[in-house]
Ligand binder design. Structure first.
Ligand SMILES: NC(=O)c1ccc[n+]([C@@H]2O[C@H](COP(=O)([O-])OP(=O)(O)OC[C@H]3O[C@@H](n4cnc5c(N)ncnc54)[C@H](OP(=O)(O)O)[C@@H]3O)[C@@H](O)[C@H]2O)c1
Length: 277
């Protein structure tokens, strides 16, 4: 049995589909509300809340491999619950910032989870993706409303990754030999800026999408109101304020692990056009 956590999220939705399509055996998806989900035929939806590790017991029963989205609860307790349930292999989503910006708070938290997993006694594979293409969904309401997309660091081009590519790497790591004890930095196939992403969305919609660059201060005020000041600073640093060569670098890890090149941002935009219509 493979358990996919974050099963209704950007990666988890694609991962369950891909595991199902590859006939990966019995599959289970974790969600806090099974009444809302539509998983592929035969995939079990099981409720559990990371905030209450004891609630994960039904989801973990009989599980041998697990895809884990972290930092949504007490990770040490969640990993211990998995170990006690007999989980043998955990594929963990961390972040490329553990390599590029280890001094930042969220990166430090990811490093702690990586270390907890490494010390857990379970086999591990760590995925360290860069910024997701799906982050562009934060502009969806503005685009639908024919308003201007407003973002800082308009020209900073990062090798944004399609979440389905993270899912593809996770599927391979969960189902094929040779990926235990490996940590993979994952990027998309080409750098794309916020302005470039907006242009790609405009192209699939077949109309203009106005774009305006805003200052770090303006962006910080908006983000801090939602995530807090420290998280806002961290996001702004890694999206343009303090980028470095390692963060900007395109890597071919997705192709190496899956045998298929990583998907460009314009493909994500095309597949998700309805969210912007
Ligand atoms: N976005 C980026 O640029 C970026 C970059 C690097 C790394 N990451 C990492 O990627 C991960 C996010 O992946 P994603 O985009 O696929 O997720 P997502 O779309 O944000 O979805 C979050 C998922 O987590 C589940 N969830 C939330 N709170 C939960 C809780 N208390 N208990 C159980 N499940 C809970 C949700 O399930 P239900 O609502 O159905 O319960 C949902 O399936 C995070 O670990 C993040 O740190 C993101």
């Amino acid at each position: 049995m493979i358990l996919v956590t974050g099963a209704t999220g950007n990666i988890g939705t694609a991962l369950l589909k891909e595991l199902h399509a590859h006939g990966a055996g019995p599959l289970r998806g974790l969600t806090r509300d099974a009444s809302r989900v539509t998983f592929p035929d035969g995939v079990q939806a099981v409720e559990g809340d990371f905030a209450e590790p004891a609630s994960l017991k039904p989801a973990l029963e009989g599980v041998r491999s697990m895809f884990l989205v972290s930092r949504l609860g007490p990770d040490a307790d969640i990993l211990e619950a998995a170990r006690q349930a007999g989980v043998e292999h955990v594929v963990l989503v961390s972040s490329i910032t553990v390599l590029t910006h280890p001094h930042l708070g969220p990166a430090g938290e990811n490093l702690v989870v990586e270390e907890l997993l490494g010390a857990s006694g379970m086999a591990w594979t760590i995925l360290r993706p860069t910024q997701f293409a799906s982050n562009a969904l934060m502009w969806a309401a503005s685009v639908r409303g024919h308003e201007t997309v407003r973002a800082p660091y308009a020209e900073t081009a990062l090798p944004t990754i399609h979440p389905a590519d993270i899912a593809s790497v996770a599927r391979v790591a969960l189902t094929e030999p040779g990926h235990r004890g490996r940590a993979y930095a994952l990027t998309g196939p080409e750098p794309v800026s916020a302005r470039g992403q907006t242009e790609a969305i405009a192209a699939v919609l077949g109309r203009e999408v106005p774009f305006a660059e805003i200052s770090r201060e303006e962006a910080h005020a908006q983000m801090a109101a939602v995530f807090g000041a420290e998280a806002a600073d961290a996001v702004l640093d890694v999206t343009g304020g303090d980028v470095n060569d390692e963060l900007l670098r395109v890597r071919d890890t997705v192709a190496q692990v899956t045998g298929t090149p990583a998907r460009p941002f314009r493909q994500w935009a095309s597949e998700n056009a309805d969210a912007f219509r």
